[in-house]
Design a protein around this ligand. Structure first.
Ligand SMILES: NC(=O)c1ccc[n+]([C@@H]2O[C@H](COP(=O)([O-])OP(=O)(O)OC[C@H]3O[C@@H](n4cnc5c(N)ncnc54)[C@H](OP(=O)(O)O)[C@@H]3O)[C@@H](O)[C@H]2O)c1
Length: 214
Protein backbone atom coordinates (compact mmCIF):
# COMPACT_ATOMS: atom_id res chain seq x y z
CA UNK A 1 0.00 0.00 0.00
CA UNK A 2 1.04 3.62 -0.44
CA UNK A 3 0.25 4.85 3.05
CA UNK A 4 0.96 2.39 5.86
CA UNK A 5 -0.21 4.95 8.42
CA UNK A 6 -3.80 4.34 7.25
CA UNK A 7 -3.69 0.75 8.59
CA UNK A 8 -5.61 0.24 11.85
CA UNK A 9 -3.26 -0.19 14.82
CA UNK A 10 -4.26 -3.82 15.56
CA UNK A 11 -3.48 -5.39 12.17
CA UNK A 12 -0.57 -3.00 11.56
CA UNK A 13 1.32 -4.41 14.54
CA UNK A 14 0.64 -8.09 13.81
CA UNK A 15 3.89 -10.07 13.86
CA UNK A 16 2.91 -12.06 10.74
CA UNK A 17 2.28 -8.93 8.68
CA UNK A 18 4.94 -7.31 6.54
CA UNK A 19 3.87 -3.98 5.05
CA UNK A 20 5.46 -2.72 1.84
CA UNK A 21 4.81 0.95 1.25
CA UNK A 22 4.95 1.63 -2.48
CA UNK A 23 3.02 2.75 -5.53
CA UNK A 24 2.25 -0.65 -7.05
CA UNK A 25 2.73 0.47 -10.65
CA UNK A 26 6.12 2.00 -9.85
CA UNK A 27 7.61 -1.23 -8.52
CA UNK A 28 10.06 -2.76 -11.00
CA UNK A 29 9.60 -6.32 -12.26
CA UNK A 30 12.33 -7.65 -10.00
CA UNK A 31 10.83 -5.99 -6.93
CA UNK A 32 7.42 -7.42 -7.78
CA UNK A 33 8.89 -10.87 -8.26
CA UNK A 34 10.66 -10.61 -4.91
CA UNK A 35 7.36 -9.85 -3.18
CA UNK A 36 5.50 -12.57 -5.08
CA UNK A 37 8.07 -15.35 -4.72
CA UNK A 38 6.66 -18.14 -2.52
CA UNK A 39 3.19 -16.55 -2.32
CA UNK A 40 0.16 -18.82 -2.36
CA UNK A 41 -2.20 -16.01 -3.28
CA UNK A 42 -2.62 -12.37 -4.22
CA UNK A 43 -5.70 -10.62 -2.80
CA UNK A 44 -6.23 -7.22 -4.38
CA UNK A 45 -8.54 -4.49 -3.06
CA UNK A 46 -6.84 -1.92 -5.24
CA UNK A 47 -9.03 0.89 -6.47
CA UNK A 48 -9.06 4.46 -7.71
CA UNK A 49 -9.16 6.80 -4.74
CA UNK A 50 -12.38 8.84 -4.70
CA UNK A 51 -10.89 12.23 -5.53
CA UNK A 52 -10.65 14.20 -8.77
CA UNK A 53 -7.03 13.03 -9.14
CA UNK A 54 -7.84 9.39 -8.36
CA UNK A 55 -10.86 9.26 -10.64
CA UNK A 56 -9.79 11.27 -13.67
CA UNK A 57 -6.00 11.58 -13.86
CA UNK A 58 -3.62 8.82 -14.96
CA UNK A 59 -3.23 5.95 -14.43
CA UNK A 60 -6.77 5.48 -15.68
CA UNK A 61 -6.13 1.77 -16.07
CA UNK A 62 -4.66 1.31 -12.58
CA UNK A 63 -6.44 -1.96 -11.73
CA UNK A 64 -5.98 -3.51 -15.18
CA UNK A 65 -2.28 -2.68 -15.30
CA UNK A 66 -1.67 -3.84 -11.75
CA UNK A 67 -3.58 -7.11 -12.31
CA UNK A 68 -1.79 -7.77 -15.58
CA UNK A 69 1.64 -7.08 -14.09
CA UNK A 70 0.99 -9.21 -11.01
CA UNK A 71 -0.18 -12.16 -13.13
CA UNK A 72 2.65 -11.83 -15.66
CA UNK A 73 5.27 -11.70 -12.91
CA UNK A 74 3.74 -14.79 -11.27
CA UNK A 75 4.05 -16.54 -14.64
CA UNK A 76 7.72 -15.54 -14.82
CA UNK A 77 8.26 -17.19 -11.43
CA UNK A 78 6.63 -20.45 -12.61
CA UNK A 79 5.34 -21.49 -9.15
CA UNK A 80 4.89 -25.25 -8.55
CA UNK A 81 1.17 -24.75 -7.80
CA UNK A 82 -1.06 -22.06 -9.33
CA UNK A 83 -1.19 -18.82 -7.35
CA UNK A 84 -4.74 -17.71 -6.46
CA UNK A 85 -5.43 -14.16 -7.64
CA UNK A 86 -8.57 -12.79 -5.95
CA UNK A 87 -9.65 -9.39 -7.18
CA UNK A 88 -12.17 -7.11 -5.49
CA UNK A 89 -14.30 -5.61 -8.24
CA UNK A 90 -17.87 -4.35 -8.55
CA UNK A 91 -21.38 -5.25 -9.70
CA UNK A 92 -20.93 -2.60 -12.38
CA UNK A 93 -18.67 -5.16 -14.07
CA UNK A 94 -20.34 -7.46 -16.58
CA UNK A 95 -19.36 -11.11 -16.79
CA UNK A 96 -16.93 -11.00 -19.75
CA UNK A 97 -18.32 -14.30 -21.02
CA UNK A 98 -21.85 -12.84 -21.22
CA UNK A 99 -23.03 -15.19 -18.45
CA UNK A 100 -24.88 -12.52 -16.42
CA UNK A 101 -28.61 -12.05 -16.44
CA UNK A 102 -29.16 -9.38 -19.06
CA UNK A 103 -29.40 -5.81 -17.78
CA UNK A 104 -32.30 -3.70 -18.97
CA UNK A 105 -31.80 -1.26 -21.85
CA UNK A 106 -31.75 1.82 -19.57
CA UNK A 107 -29.21 0.23 -17.26
CA UNK A 108 -27.01 -0.75 -20.19
CA UNK A 109 -27.16 2.82 -21.47
CA UNK A 110 -26.23 4.18 -18.01
CA UNK A 111 -23.29 1.78 -17.74
CA UNK A 112 -22.09 2.77 -21.18
CA UNK A 113 -22.21 6.42 -20.12
CA UNK A 114 -20.43 5.69 -16.83
CA UNK A 115 -17.66 3.80 -18.60
CA UNK A 116 -17.30 6.74 -20.99
CA UNK A 117 -16.98 9.42 -18.30
CA UNK A 118 -15.64 7.53 -15.27
CA UNK A 119 -12.31 5.80 -15.99
CA UNK A 120 -12.54 3.45 -12.94
CA UNK A 121 -15.74 1.82 -14.26
CA UNK A 122 -14.00 0.97 -17.52
CA UNK A 123 -10.85 -0.09 -15.68
CA UNK A 124 -12.63 -2.66 -13.51
CA UNK A 125 -14.29 -4.17 -16.60
CA UNK A 126 -10.98 -4.42 -18.44
CA UNK A 127 -9.26 -6.06 -15.44
CA UNK A 128 -12.00 -8.72 -15.27
CA UNK A 129 -11.78 -9.24 -19.03
CA UNK A 130 -8.01 -9.70 -18.77
CA UNK A 131 -8.41 -12.47 -16.17
CA UNK A 132 -11.28 -14.13 -18.03
CA UNK A 133 -9.87 -13.83 -21.56
CA UNK A 134 -6.08 -13.71 -21.23
CA UNK A 135 -5.42 -15.80 -18.14
CA UNK A 136 -8.39 -18.10 -18.67
CA UNK A 137 -9.08 -21.24 -16.70
CA UNK A 138 -6.21 -23.54 -17.65
CA UNK A 139 -3.23 -21.34 -16.87
CA UNK A 140 -0.65 -23.51 -15.03
CA UNK A 141 0.55 -20.65 -12.81
CA UNK A 142 -2.46 -18.42 -12.10
CA UNK A 143 -6.00 -19.19 -10.98
CA UNK A 144 -8.37 -16.33 -10.29
CA UNK A 145 -11.73 -15.17 -8.96
CA UNK A 146 -13.27 -11.71 -9.30
CA UNK A 147 -15.46 -10.81 -6.32
CA UNK A 148 -18.23 -8.34 -7.23
CA UNK A 149 -19.72 -6.45 -4.25
CA UNK A 150 -22.68 -4.10 -4.51
CA UNK A 151 -22.78 -0.73 -2.65
CA UNK A 152 -20.14 -1.00 0.08
CA UNK A 153 -21.13 -0.40 3.71
CA UNK A 154 -19.33 -0.45 7.04
CA UNK A 155 -20.32 -2.97 9.72
CA UNK A 156 -19.37 -6.27 11.27
CA UNK A 157 -19.43 -9.54 9.38
CA UNK A 158 -23.00 -10.66 8.80
CA UNK A 159 -24.72 -13.29 6.70
CA UNK A 160 -24.02 -12.87 3.03
CA UNK A 161 -24.57 -14.81 -0.17
CA UNK A 162 -22.56 -15.39 -3.32
CA UNK A 163 -24.25 -15.58 -6.70
CA UNK A 164 -23.10 -16.64 -10.16
CA UNK A 165 -24.82 -13.65 -11.71
CA UNK A 166 -26.25 -10.18 -10.99
CA UNK A 167 -29.05 -10.07 -8.40
CA UNK A 168 -29.92 -6.36 -8.47
CA UNK A 169 -29.71 -3.46 -10.87
CA UNK A 170 -27.88 -0.16 -10.72
CA UNK A 171 -31.32 1.49 -10.29
CA UNK A 172 -32.22 -0.67 -7.28
CA UNK A 173 -28.83 -1.52 -5.81
CA UNK A 174 -28.17 -4.04 -3.08
CA UNK A 175 -25.54 -3.64 -0.38
CA UNK A 176 -22.44 -5.45 0.78
CA UNK A 177 -20.55 -4.94 4.01
CA UNK A 178 -16.84 -4.46 3.49
CA UNK A 179 -16.20 -6.99 6.26
CA UNK A 180 -18.22 -9.54 4.28
CA UNK A 181 -16.08 -8.89 1.20
CA UNK A 182 -12.96 -9.46 3.31
CA UNK A 183 -14.46 -12.62 4.79
CA UNK A 184 -15.44 -14.00 1.38
CA UNK A 185 -11.99 -13.28 -0.08
CA UNK A 186 -10.31 -15.06 2.86
CA UNK A 187 -12.74 -17.97 2.56
CA UNK A 188 -11.83 -18.34 -1.12
CA UNK A 189 -8.19 -18.38 -0.12
CA UNK A 190 -8.41 -20.86 2.75
CA UNK A 191 -11.37 -23.14 1.98
CA UNK A 192 -10.54 -25.53 -0.89
CA UNK A 193 -14.24 -26.29 -1.50
CA UNK A 194 -15.02 -22.58 -1.88
CA UNK A 195 -12.10 -22.18 -4.26
CA UNK A 196 -13.18 -25.17 -6.37
CA UNK A 197 -16.67 -23.68 -6.57
CA UNK A 198 -15.65 -20.13 -7.53
CA UNK A 199 -12.28 -20.20 -9.29
CA UNK A 200 -12.49 -18.78 -12.81
CA UNK A 201 -15.77 -17.07 -11.88
CA UNK A 202 -17.04 -13.63 -10.88
CA UNK A 203 -19.19 -14.16 -7.78
CA UNK A 204 -21.57 -11.36 -6.89
CA UNK A 205 -21.58 -10.87 -3.10
CA UNK A 206 -24.50 -9.26 -1.25
CA UNK A 207 -25.66 -9.04 2.34
CA UNK A 208 -28.18 -11.79 3.02
CA UNK A 209 -31.05 -9.48 3.98
CA UNK A 210 -29.94 -6.32 2.28
CA UNK A 211 -33.10 -4.29 2.85
CA UNK A 212 -33.55 -5.17 6.53
CA UNK A 213 -29.90 -5.23 7.56
CA UNK A 214 -27.72 -2.63 5.80
N1 LIG B 1 -16.82 2.08 -2.86
C1 LIG B 1 -17.82 1.29 -3.24
O1 LIG B 1 -19.03 1.45 -2.86
C2 LIG B 1 -17.52 0.10 -4.12
C3 LIG B 1 -18.55 -0.76 -4.36
C4 LIG B 1 -18.29 -1.89 -5.08
C5 LIG B 1 -17.02 -2.12 -5.57
N2 LIG B 1 -16.00 -1.23 -5.36
C6 LIG B 1 -14.67 -1.55 -5.92
O2 LIG B 1 -13.82 -2.07 -4.91
C7 LIG B 1 -12.45 -1.75 -5.21
C8 LIG B 1 -11.85 -1.04 -4.00
O3 LIG B 1 -12.64 0.11 -3.77
P1 LIG B 1 -12.66 0.88 -2.38
O4 LIG B 1 -13.90 1.67 -2.34
O5 LIG B 1 -12.34 -0.09 -1.28
O6 LIG B 1 -11.41 1.86 -2.62
P2 LIG B 1 -10.49 2.62 -1.55
O7 LIG B 1 -11.05 2.54 -0.19
O8 LIG B 1 -10.18 3.96 -2.14
O9 LIG B 1 -9.19 1.72 -1.58
C9 LIG B 1 -8.36 1.72 -2.69
C10 LIG B 1 -6.99 1.28 -2.23
O10 LIG B 1 -6.13 1.23 -3.37
C11 LIG B 1 -4.91 1.84 -2.98
N3 LIG B 1 -4.21 2.38 -4.15
C12 LIG B 1 -4.71 3.23 -5.06
N4 LIG B 1 -3.77 3.48 -6.00
C13 LIG B 1 -2.66 2.74 -5.65
C14 LIG B 1 -1.39 2.55 -6.22
N5 LIG B 1 -1.02 3.15 -7.36
N6 LIG B 1 -0.50 1.74 -5.59
C15 LIG B 1 -0.86 1.13 -4.43
N7 LIG B 1 -2.06 1.25 -3.85
C16 LIG B 1 -2.95 2.06 -4.46
C17 LIG B 1 -5.29 2.93 -2.02
O11 LIG B 1 -4.15 3.25 -1.26
P3 LIG B 1 -3.99 4.72 -0.59
O12 LIG B 1 -4.81 4.63 0.66
O13 LIG B 1 -2.54 4.78 -0.33
O14 LIG B 1 -4.48 5.73 -1.55
C18 LIG B 1 -6.38 2.23 -1.21
O15 LIG B 1 -5.81 1.46 -0.17
C19 LIG B 1 -12.49 -0.88 -6.46
O16 LIG B 1 -12.25 -1.68 -7.59
C20 LIG B 1 -13.92 -0.37 -6.50
O17 LIG B 1 -14.35 -0.08 -7.81
C21 LIG B 1 -16.22 -0.14 -4.61
Amino acid sequence: MRSARKLPAGPAGHPNLAVVEADLLSLGDEDLQRHLRGCEAVLSCLGHVLSFRGLFLPPRDLVTRATRRLCRQVEVLRPPRPVKVILMSSVSVNHPGGLDTRRGALERALLCLLRGVLPPANDNQKAASFLYGDIGTDNPFVEWAVVRPDTLLEGDISEYTLHETLVSSLFAPGSTRMSNVAHAMCELLTNPKAWEAWKGKLPVIVNAVASAMP
